[in-house]
Design a protein around this ligand. Structure first.
Ligand code: ATP
Ligand code: MG
Length: 479
């Protein structure tokens, strides 16, 4: 991880530098050369038109002697680091600022003529680059300006400057650009290193912590507290570790609860069976203990079924077998199961059902299980000689079912925990030895699988009401 991330960043940086360098050497250099050449051409052209308009015209109007003209052009040529020519229409050089002996005049028969001289060679431009009719050994920038007198072109002023001299200017500028870019690249490197150090250390820490999690140790925390993406990632990881830790704790608690709930009935069964076998319990007393053994095995069977149900819901998600059925009718049939218990305790059912029928769209057998668990709890935890009120109604296009008892109630600090597996309030423990503490966990899973809600309202010593919603069958919605 370390080497690849660093290597990638460095590689990208080198790549970026190389591309930048290539762009500088090609595009920038070329553009700068073209720019300086163009600027120099403009400057020389201004000079050429000046010469054409003043000195040359004066010379042709015989207001300036050839000698003076030559001297003026010599000093201007030196000042411009260029050669100034006056060339006539035939291509004969009348004056050369660098050499007085070249010019065509009465005293000089060896004047130089430009072979094939034609100003149309300049095209639309006032300047050109090249050896100018093979007159120079190196590439020159040549500008021209016509000299007119009496509306006729008498000759041309030409100024030639070696391109190599002009290039020196742009080279100097290029050097400045190179230094500047070099300094920028260095400071970029400096900031890159700072950034890497700032980002890199926490990432290494995060990786190490993630490794511990992967090996099953959820204790270490990143300890990174920053207000950026890394900080957010660290916080998320810390949160995830806490959650995983709780999950592991929950699992451990679950297993210890299961073991405990299995062990106590098994121990008592084993104890009674042994006592019967070795004669400690005489045969005439055995019936009583057989009943206890039956009670314990029933509890074990119930416990096993509960765990199996929850496990099935939890792992594969719950497969619902949805259909339309009358919840009012289901309530009426379910309470029949509790008739025996109720009459023993003097309990009665108070049914407040909406209409004759109330059709819901849900999994029939699972909702039966929900009703059974809720009514079972209500009967178990009701004070004797009270009523249990079961109500159905329609609310917000849902069926609302309520099971309300007047019994021991649930202490406020236990209200949230009753949905946990194996949880039983201290109040209920003495009253219901058969309970596994799995009933409400199963109820909640079922209601959630229907994407519906279940709620509880309870006051300790007064009573408890469980309320849950179910989707109405299509025909109820339409009617
Ligand atoms: P099981 O449902 O397996 O018989 P259980 O009834 O103890 O066991 P749950 O139905 O999950 O388990 O209920 C969990 C606990 O919530 C109960 O043990 C009890 O302490 C409390 N509780 C549930 N319903 C009521 C109620 N109507 N009145 C008072 N306490 C209740
Ligand atoms: Mg229960």
């Amino acid at each position: 991880m370390k080497s690849t991330l660093l290597a990638k960043v460095i590689l990208n940086y080198i790549l970026f530098l190389s591309i930048g360098f290539i762009i500088l050497c090609t595009f920038t250099q070329h553009s700068l050369n073209a720019y300086t050449e163009n600027r120099e051409a403009q400057r020389l052209y201004r000079e050429a038109t000046q010469v054409a308009g003043n000195y040359a015209r004066n010379y042709f109007n015989s207001e300036l002697s050839l000698q003076d003209f030559q001297t003026q052009m010599e000093s201007l040529g030196q000042y411009l680091s260029a050669e100034i020519w006056i060339v006539d229409n035939q291509g004969d050089i009348l004056l050369d600022s660098s050499d007085a002996s070249i010019g065509k005049n009465a005293a000089n028969a060896n004047f130089t003529t430009l072979d094939g001289f034609d100003t149309s060679d300049f095209g639309n431009s006032y300047y050109m680059t090249g050896k100018f009719y093979h007159s120079f050994p190196e590439k020159m920038l040549s500008v021209y300006s016509p000299v007119t007198s009496n509306y006729r072109v008498k000759s041309y002023v030409m100024i030639h400057k070696p391109v190599s001299v002009i290039a020196q200017n742009s080279n100097g500028m290029m050097n400045i650009i190179f230094y500047t870019v070099g300094l920028i690249a260095l400071s970029a490197l400096f900031f890159l290193i700072l950034f890497l150090l700032d980002i890199y250390r926490p990432i290494r820490l995060l990786t190490a912590t993630a490794k511990s999690y992967a090996s099953g140790d959820f204790e270490p925390r990143t300890g990174i507290s920053r207000n950026d993406e890394v900080g957010y990632l660290a916080k998320t990881m810390d949160y995830m570790a806490t959650e995983l830790n709780t999950l592991e704790d929950d699992q451990r608690k679950f297993i210890s609860n299961v073991s405990h709930d299995f062990r106590s009935p098994l121990t008592s069964i084993k104890g009674y069976v042994e006592a019967m076998m070795d004669g400690t319990i005489p045969p005439e007393m055995q019936e009583k203990y057989f009943n206890i053994i039956l009670f314990e095995t029933e509890r074990l069977a119930k416990l096993t079924q509960g765990i199996l149900d929850l496990n099935q819901f939890g792992h594969r998600g719950m497969m619902l077998d949805l259909s339309d059925f009358d919840i009012n009718r289901m309530i009426k049939t379910t309470i029949l199961t509790f008739e025996g218990t109720c009459s023993q305790k003097g309990l009665s059912f108070d049914l407040v059902l909406t209409g004759q029928e109330l059709f819901v769209h849900a999994d029939m057998s699972k909702i039966q299980q929900v009703l059974y668990n809720l009514i079972d709890n209500a009967t178990k935890f009701s004070h004797p000689n009270n009523s249990i009120k079961i109500e159905t109604s329609m609310k917000n296009e849902k069926a609302l079912i309520s099971v309300k008892d007047y019994g021991i109630g649930i202490p406020a600090d236990s209200i949230k925990k009753i949905w946990e597996r194996f949880y039983k309030t201290d109040l209920s423990r003495g009253r219901d030895k058969r309970g596994t503490g799995l009933g409400l966990a199963i109820v909640r899973e079922i209601i959630q699988a229907h994407k519906e809600h279940i709620n509880v309202i309870s006051t300790e010593g007064v009573g408890t009401e469980f309320l849950f919603t179910l989707p109405l069958a299509q025909k109820e919605v339409q009617s």
